[in-house]
Design a protein around this ligand. Structure first.
Ligand SMILES: [Zn+2]
Length: 372
């Protein structure tokens, strides 16, 4: 992974390059960023750059060609050691080494590192992976041996917020009295949850979310640019969430159900709205809540469209087609009421009130509000 493979984060890249060029490496570096911002990719690019033997003193990226870079690209560099959250197998000691095939698979197939997939890859979808204390011994042993290839051993810890306190305390000693020729690179999504004694001893680089345009470029292959930008905008800089929203059938179905609601309510077809509420109720609680969220977004987008501020609009091509005709019906007299009713319905559904009744009641209120 080269810096040029990682979108955005120009300031962070500049600081990381400078650290290496000036030979001012901290014992412990903490790179933190929101989920889906490419935080692990940036850490990998940094270590590859650090170990690269093919760059000159002024190159701002690794060469991608030298033996060291090739070992990093195949996840086989002898001087890079990983620790990451795992689940215990049986009663004996379980180490990260036992999960190396899964770890390589995650890094290789999903460099954005979707933690939600991880417990299932470890064999237990509802497990709560943590970094056990035995891992600290393994790292101490690995870091105390001379770096085999590069002269610098790097221990990369994915999600230090998942260190159990005993592990964090054991690592603390290693950070305070580092083995010569070694450093830690930690990558976190929740720096506030890291043990303060560890956190305070790290040099920190905080990443901001990626911009909508950067996310759209990552997910945009083969997509209509407006669809990519709409998905990126809704995902608030999170590539994983943006990818999810495109990958699911949810978005088309939600648009269809939203169009039905608005058309039937406008035509006051109460019988058909009853059937509509039964269709939506069948989505189940989570599905209904996602649909109601979607409706709130569409109401807001249509209001903005009606105000004729197209640069603030984020609609897919299909949504845009419907909205260009529908938006005159969303105005300053009903926009708040519609959002409130959708929001109240969601609260009721989460509180387990009967879905069919809540949704039918919502549909009747939409009839009234659309006439406003
Ligand atoms: Zn290289």
């Amino acid at each position: 992974m080269k810096f040029s493979d990682v979108p955005g984060h120009h300031e962070a890249k500049r600081r990381l390059v400078e650290m290496v060029q000036q030979g001012r490496l901290p014992h412990a570096l903490l790179i933190s960023g929101p989920v889906g911002s490419g935080e692990v990719m940036l850490a990998r690019a940094f270590v590859q750059y650090l170990h690269c033997t093919g760059r000159s003193a002024t190159d701002n990226d690794s060469c991608g060609q030298c033996p060291s870079c090739r070992q990093h690209q195949s996840l086989n560099h002898a001087d890079l050691h990983f620790a990451f959250p795992i689940l215990k197998k049986g009663s004996g000691v379980t180490l990260c080494e036992d999960y190396m095939p899964q770890w390589r698979e995650l890094l290789d197939q999903d460099p954005w590192m979707d933690f939600r997939r991880w417990p299932e890859m470890l064999g237990k979808a509802n497990g709560q992976p943590v970094i056990y204390v035995d891992e600290a011994d393994v790292l101490r042993r690995k870091l105390s041996m001379a770096a085999r290839v590069s002269g610098l051993n790097v221990a990369m810890i994915w999600l230090p917020e998942k260190l159990v306190p005993a592990t964090a305390n054991a690592l603390l000693k290693l950070i305070e009295e580092p083995e010569p020729g070694s450093m830690f690179v930690m990558v976190s999504n929740a720096p506030a949850e890291i043990l303060p004694t560890v956190y305070s001893r790290c040099q920190r680089i905080e990443l901001r979310r990626l911009s909508d345009a950067e996310v759209a470029e990552v997910i945009g292959q083969g997509l209509n640019p407006a669809d990519a930008l709409a998905a990126a905008h809704v995902a608030e800089g999170n590539v994983i969430a943006a990818r999810d929203s495109l990958g699911t059938r949810d978005s088309q179905r939600n648009l269809d159900l939203f169009m039905q609601l608005m058309r039937l309510a406008y035509q006051r077809k109460v019988g058909d709205l009853k059937a509509w509420s039964e269709t939506v109720a069948a989505l189940g609680r989570d599905g209904i809540c996602r649909f109601l969220d979607y409706c709130q977004r569409m109401v807001r987008e249509n209001f903005i469209l009606n105000l004729q501020v197209p640069e603030l609009n984020y609609l897919t091509a299909d949504e845009g087609q419907f909205s260009s005709r529908f938006c005159p019906f969303i105005n300053e007299r009903n926009v708040e009421g519609l959002i409130k009713e959708l929001n109240d319905a969601e609260t009721d559904i989460r509180g387990n009130t009967g879905a069919k009744i809540v949704l039918f009641d919502l549909a009747i209120k939409v009839i009234i509000l659309l006439k406003a």
